[in-house]
Ligand binder design. Structure first.
Ligand SMILES: [Zn+2]
Length: 425
């Protein structure tokens, strides 16, 4: 009898709790609706409800402010032309004064090459988080942008010491920046690596996207090392993975230069990922000895408050003006002289069937059928990995192209499976 009475009490208590929760929620929703109304349209009863619920009103107002802040942060903002010019002049002075300038680049430096960024309004992550489908992109169609070419020129002039890129599109290498001067901290989709070779990782540059069959936590490319026969893997570091490859990530180079850096220029990056690598920002130094930070980005970044200058502009516009003010000519990109053709390791005959993506060709016109552009390309043509052009039907491979590993493959799948797991629980 006693236990029955106890059970009854507990049931009543639970019921009362549910009713209170329900009433609080209803009150919250009512007040939210009232606050949306023009003050002059609120009736006596509504005014009384607001006056007697200050804590709920404050909570709602705080939430609205937070939502507006989030909205503002993803908005893309452009500085007016006069202000932009003024800011660029200030940046140019800093570039000339810097003893060790490093550049950190993000997807924003490649959007002019029609490669989607990650967190912009139509970025890869933005669209994946909205549950939207992504189109297919082929990086073999992209060329280095004005920004890539400007950075390479600045490096050649000795004004830039090192570049750290979060992009895996390989466009820095293709613009002529030497691999030693570059840290591709999230990998390069043209690179596959043997981690089984004894002394150093063996790096294979290719003329095609090696991530066709790879995705999150699955990195083997189905090709094998020419030296030791070990399985090759791509170099892409997916969201949630830790990049341990020595090359092309080159963390050693990035950290070595970060130690000496007195000026950092961030181009086209939300810095949301890069900010977590504390060693890149000189955060272990006393405040006064930390490098001067310059940021060029259309959206808010978490480092904005720490920057000496934030330029809200497109990378290509800013770099064009920077180069003009420095009196430097931006070299044109010439696909025939693309360094990737020299760096690439030729495929063996038995490997020719190991990929179906479009490969980088010397044609500037980007036709589906490969055409050498002129006589000076002959030497490049000979080096094209021994690919038999007639054998590859690019139109078919493009249509059947699935989202490759570099392009967030596995990310949405992973999210879905997480959701499923939560539902099961
Ligand atoms: Zn090997």
């Amino acid at each position: 009898m006693a236990s029955e009475g106890f059970r009854e009490k507990r049931k009543l208590a639970q019921k009362a709790e549910i009713i209170v929760k329900f009433e609080t929620k209803e009150r919250y929703n009512n007040i939210r609706q009232i606050l949306k109304k023009e003050p002059s349209l609120r009736n006596e009863e509504e005014l009384h409800l607001i006056a007697s619920s200050r804590d709920i009103v404050q909570e709602i107002e705080k939430r609205v402010q937070r939502q507006e802040l989030v909205k503002r942060r993803v908005e893309e903002v452009l500085d007016p032309p006069d202000l932009l010019e003024e800011k660029v002049s200030f940046l140019v002075e800093a570039i000339l004064k810097a003893k060790c300038l490093v550049i950190y680049t993000g997807a924003g430096v490649s959007t002019a090459a029609s490669i989607p960024d990650y967190r912009g309004p139509d970025g890869v992550w933005t669209r994946l988080s909205r549950g939207e489908k992504l189109g297919s992109y082929n990086l073999a169609d992209a060329n280095p942008t004005l920004t890539h070419m400007s950075i390479t020129k600045l490096f050649q002039e000795g004004l830039v010491k090192h570049v750290v890129s979060q992009n895996c599109d390989g466009l820095h290498i293709r613009s002529g920046l030497p691999p030693q001067a570059l840290s591709e901290v999230h990998g390069n989709m043209f690179v596959e690596v043997c981690t089984e070779c004894e002394e150093n990782d063996e790096v294979y540059y290719r003329l095609f996207d090696v991530t066709e069959n790879t995705c999150l936590r699955r990195h083997l490319t189905n090709r094998f090392c020419h030296k030791c026969g070990g399985q090759l893997r791509d170099s892409i570091v997916h969201f949630g993975e830790k990049g341990n490859l020595r090359w092309p990530l080159n963390w050693e180079g990035a950290l070595e230069t970060a130690k000496k850096a007195d000026c950092i220029l961030c181009l086209g990056s939300s810095l949301k990922v890069l900010k977590t690598y504390r060693a890149l920002w000189g955060m272990n130094r006393v405040k006064t000895r930390r490098p001067n930070l310059f940021i060029v980005n259309l959206q808010w970044t978490p480092k904005d408050d720490l920057a000496v200058l934030k330029i809200s502009g497109r990378c290509d516009d800013v770099m064009k003006s920077v180069m003009h003010k420095l009196g430097l000519v931006i070299p044109d990109y010439n696909r025939c002289k693309d360094p990737l053709f020299t760096l690439a390791t030729p495929l063996r005959p038995q490997e020719l069937d190991s990929f179906s993506t479009k490969y980088l060709n010397t044609s500037e016109t980007q036709d589906l059928v490969d055409k050498p552009c002129n006589n000076e390309c002959d030497d490049v043509k000979d080096r094209k990995c021994g690919i038999n052009e007639e054998r590859i039907d690019c139109s078919v491979s493009l249509q059947s192209l699935e989202r490759p590993g570099w392009f967030g493959k596995g990310y949405s799948k992973n999210k879905k499976s997480l959701r499923k797991r939560r539902r099961v629980r």
